[in-house]
Design a protein around this ligand. Structure first.
Ligand code: GLA
Length: 379
């Protein structure tokens, strides 16, 4: 049975009838990491891995939802005090609450969902889940009156207010706005965005999933964000988007060496996204690749969100002559994204699998990137 049939089958078993199906996607990001909450640029695209849900209003004020993948069931109300204990259910509860808080409508419903966005791989399975339900509630209870950006913001606020992650807007934006064959450049300060058809002739984008996730205590993601906000306030700007390296040098002795490095990475990364956009327009993939390697180095040495396994995958890519490679997403495990020439592809994958397995005891998982549509209704 494919995912859709499984969901349909489980919905009938649990609730005895049929609902409407929706899906939303995970994402990749070509370049522009940890820039979103600094008001900078990001360059993501939705992928062909999704969270899919079947949903039907049930005429009560209760939500009943079953997760196929972890085989768990949750039941909760729609008031603030009704927050469920299971983490996965809090994403759905959060989306309901954020819509209600904004004056929108959500009533009781039954739902079954499943997904093939790998968890902990940095492909934003949680944004896919939030966007799938936000899109569905807009369609089902709000006559599609909530605009698409607001749907992304609803997902982001869910992370902030119900899941403890002070994330930026990139993942939810990509999941809601994704369009097959296109990457999107988003200016996270003005929220202006542009679609970039992406079809690099002679190259492929491939992800290597290390399948390691370093669960760190004390929310390192939130700490990175706090460092950036602190440096911005010392410089006297709203976000690091408005700061230059000169500005940073001027406050160097007022901030810690660690905060200096965090801000340096962000200021440099902002420029790298713009360089990549220009290079893509010229078909200059060597420059695209060069900036990807530089991002990796910055994320590893200055922002310190890489890990030995991802650094190793990056080294292997370099040794094989891969055009561009870097850790992707929030960090602390997950995937590298690699821009590889067609004729190097087989050798690179073979070498990466063998070398990584020799050192870490398992092969990385390979995902060929297919840039796909974001949130949608399914027949
Ligand atoms: C996570 C967050 C995003 C973004 C990336 C890093 O995926 O959810 O908002 O900050 O990390 O670029």
């Amino acid at each position: 049975m494919d995912m859709k049939e499984t969901i349909r089958d489980q919905f009938t078993r649990h609730f005895g009838n049929e609902g409407q199906m929706y899906a939303s996607a995970g994402r990749i990001n070509l370049i522009g990491e940890h820039t979103d909450y600094n008001g900078g640029f990001v360059f993501p695209g939705a992928i062909d891995k999704v969270i899919m849900a079947e949903i039907k209003p049930n005429g009560t004020d209760k939500v009943r939802v079953y997760s196929v993948d972890i085989n768990e069931y949750a039941e909760f109300g729609l008031e603030e005090a009704d927050a469920p204990s299971q983490q996965w259910a809090r994403y759905i509860f959060g989306v309901c609450r954020e819509i209600i808080k904004r004056g929108g409508e959500v009533k009781g419903f039954d739902a079954v969902f499943a997904g093939n966005v790998p968890l902990g791989a940095g492909l934003s399975s949680s944004a896919a889940l939030e966007s799938c339900f936000a899109f569905a509630f807009n369609d089902m209870f709000n006559a599609n009156k909530i605009d698409k950006f607001e749907l992304a913001l609803i997902g982001q606020s869910t992370e902030h207010n119900y899941c403890g992650v002070n994330c930026g807007i990139m993942d939810q934006f990509a999941s809601v706005f994704g369009k097959a064959g296109n990457l999107m450049r988003l200016d996270c300060r003005s929220l202006e965005h542009e679609y970039y058809p992406f079809n690099p002739e002679g190259y492929r984008l491939v992800l290597l999933d290390s399948k390691v996730k370093h669960e760190l205590v004390d929310s390192p993601y939130n700490k990175r964000r706090a460092s950036c906000e602190h440096v911005a306030s010392v410089i006297g700007v709203e976000t690091l988007r408005d700061a230059s390296m000169d500005d940073l040098e001027k406050v160097k002795d007022q901030i810690s060496a660690e905060d200096y490095n965090r801000a340096k990475y962000v200021i440099e990364e902002k420029q790298r996204v713009l360089d990549v956009c220009d290079a893509l327009q010229r078909g200059d993939y060597d420059t695209v690749g060069d900036r990807m390697y530089k991002t990796h180095e910055g994320m590893s040495k200055l922002y310190e969100v890489s890990c030995v396994e991802l650094d190793y995958l990056n080294d292997i890519a370099k040794e094989c002559g891969v055009t561009g490679s870097r850790i992707m997403g929030g960090g602390f495990g997950g995937c590298t994204i690699n821009l590889v020439k067609d004729d190097l592809y087989d050798k690179f994958i073979e070498t990466a699998k063998a070398k990584f397995a020799e050192k870490y005891g398992h092969e990385p998982q390979v995902y060929d990137v297919v840039i796909s549509d974001g949130a949608r209704k399914i027949d």
